[in-house]
Write a protein that binds this ligand. Structure first.
Ligand SMILES: NC(=O)c1ccc[n+]([C@@H]2O[C@H](COP(=O)([O-])OP(=O)(O)OC[C@H]3O[C@@H](n4cnc5c(N)ncnc54)[C@H](OP(=O)(O)O)[C@@H]3O)[C@@H](O)[C@H]2O)c1
Length: 482
């Protein structure tokens, strides 16, 4: 792998959860693999009283918790390049101190990562500009913006305006870590590096598409955040729509930032979310020893916030006319799973004497668990009779390749260092995604209906099954490797 250029990686909100669980482990792994430049500087920035030694100690503790096979020697060579700057996110004083620090470190390539709550993003961007850090003589200056990017189309537009007032679009890296998952990238490889699939990747052969993301976790102490977000803003607007775009976009002429993002924006422009008659908004109640959403800390006891949703999307173009795209996601569902399912149409004519109910073929992309791809199809059972059975062809990442898949954050950090924005969202892309989900959110907020309640630890509300049954379809049971 090509080594990243020498740079300073500045983390705003270095005292937080994301830094401990994802950013620092990713930087450590890149260092162990020799991909990080040996003169990389890591600068932590936050409001908390701290110093270099205390930050290094807390990062070491985090790595011991989150990295398998933590190696003290490797850590020590990285630790000495970690420093701390104390400052706020809305006062230029801290940013000026940061600028001086980067000069002292002789780092002209600079990456600024907003690992802080969204309310601080504009203050950080403005502070960087006021301290002269939005440009770098003799190097690059890049800013990484974490999700969520706005809470609707208007706020996303506003945030884009404020960020782009100080940084050019090619300096801005808007994160959706789902795009960096190996299976998400492999979806593009499967479609565009093989001849078999692309000719049948359309409404002539595909009956419908399902995108599913289930989580056993509840709101984990982040009740007040979730009251503002809900499942549509938290995962539909970003992760699920991004996965859907990878399935539905036209083949790009090149796999680079401009071509791929142009194609995604085109598919988002053709996409619409059907109304509440084709959707289910759910909320978990107490069950299986777990408390209900309304009993969580920071949650209104009469909250209507959706912790689960199933929705129907249409893509109005020649390739996808009349193919429904169903998406569902929720918290406190039995198992953790994330997958994309393409259900093919039945053959136009079946010459065998088999029941009418014969099931059609299915292609499954598993992101979590058992990352890989399965194709399930009909085959003849052995014997003199002509009886069909369902069989599978399976590809598992961990069985096929001896190198473990890197964590998404490793890929993303390296891409930012190397200036590759293919896996990041462009301004027009984020806005197009909000344009799709905003009408559903507005309808839900106006409807005043109760959510469809489901018990914690179950597969979700039965109304979601009924939604598909009405269309003569059913949800794929995720995670079973078939
Ligand atoms: N955690 C995840 O797995 C995850 C996943 C996807 C996206 N994200 C996004 O990544 C960002 C960081 O996530 P996180 O979980 O690390 O957040 P966090 O722990 O809540 O906050 C990170 C740091 O920001 C500062 N901070 C907290 N609340 C603040 C406030 N109200 N005003 C100003 N500063 C505040 C704190 O540092 P000081 O007080 O020391 O300054 C805190 O340690 C968020 O935007 C989040 O939405 C997180």
């Amino acid at each position: 792998m090509e080594q990243a250029p020498k740079s300073a990686f500045v983390i705003f909100g270095v005292t937080g959860d994301l830094t401990a669980r994802k950013l620092m482990p990713a930087l450590y792994q890149l260092h162990v693999e020799g991909v990080l430049h040996p003169e990389t500087s890591i600068v932590g920035y936050a409001r908390s009283q701290n110093d270099d030694t205390a930050l290094r100690e807390s990062m070491k503790k985090a790595l011991k918790t989150y990295v398998k096979g933590f190696n003290v020697k490797a850590w020590e060579s990285l630790a000495k390049r970690i420093t701390y700057i104390q400052g706020t996110y809305d006062d230029v004083k801290g940013f000026k101190e940061l600028a001086k620090h980067l000069e002292d470190l002789k780092q002209e390539n600079r990456i600024f990562y907003t690992s802080t709550p969204p309310a601080t993003y504009t203050g950080i961007v403005k502070g960087l500009a006021e301290a002269g850090l939005a440009r770098s003589e003799g190097g690059f200056s890049r800013v990484v913006i974490e999700k969520p990017f706005g809470i609707d189309l208007e706020t996303a537009k506003d945030l884009n305006i404020q960020v782009l007032e100080h940084f050019a679009e090619d300096q801005v890296y808007r994160i959706d870590h789902y795009l960096a998952k190996e299976t998400a990238q492999n979806l593009s490889a499967l479609r565009f590096a093989n001849t078999l699939f692309e000719p049948i990747w359309n409404n002539k052969y595909i009956d419908h598409v399902q995108v599913t993301m289930t989580e056993p976790m509840g709101v984990e102490g982040r009740g007040s955040f979730y009251e503002e977000a809900g499942v549509i803003r938290d995962v539909f607007q970003n992760h699920l729509l991004q996965l859907l775009a990878l399935v539905a976009m036209e083949p790009p002429s090149r796999y680079d930032a401009k071509s791929v993002r142009d194609e995604k924006v085109k598919v988002f422009s053709a996409m619409e979310c059907l109304d509440l008659n084709h959707a289910v908004m759910g909320q978990y109640v107490a069950g299986n020893g777990m408390k209900g959403y309304r009993d969580e800390e920071g949650v209104n006891p009469r909250s209507r916030q959706a912790t689960y949703a199933a929705a129907t999307f249409k893509i109005n173009n020649w390739r996808w006319a009349d193919v429904p795209f169903y998406m569902r996601s929720g918290k406190r569902l039995g198992d953790k799973a994330s997958e994309i399912v393409l259900r093919f149409k039945k053959p136009p004519h079946i010459p065998f004497d088999v029941p009418n109910s014969m099931i059609s073929d299915r292609l499954v992309f598993r992101l979590v668990p058992n990352e890989g791809i399965s194709f399930r199809f009909n085959a003849k059972e052995p014997g003199q009779h002509f009886k069909m059975d369902r069989v599978s062809m399976n590809f598992y990442y961990d069985k096929e390749f001896d190198r473990p898949a890197p964590d998404a954050y490793e890929t993303l950090i390296l891409d930012v260092m190397q200036g590759d924005a293919t896996l990041f969202m462009r301004a027009d892309e984020v806005e197009a995604q909000w344009r799709i989900v905003d009408p559903l959110l507005e309808q839900w907020e106006k409807s005043k209906k109760d959510p469809a309640f489901y018990s914690a630890g179950t597969p979700g509300p039965s109304q979601a099954d009924e939604m598909l049954e009405r269309a003569g379809r059913y949800w794929h049971k995720p995670g079973n490797g078939k």
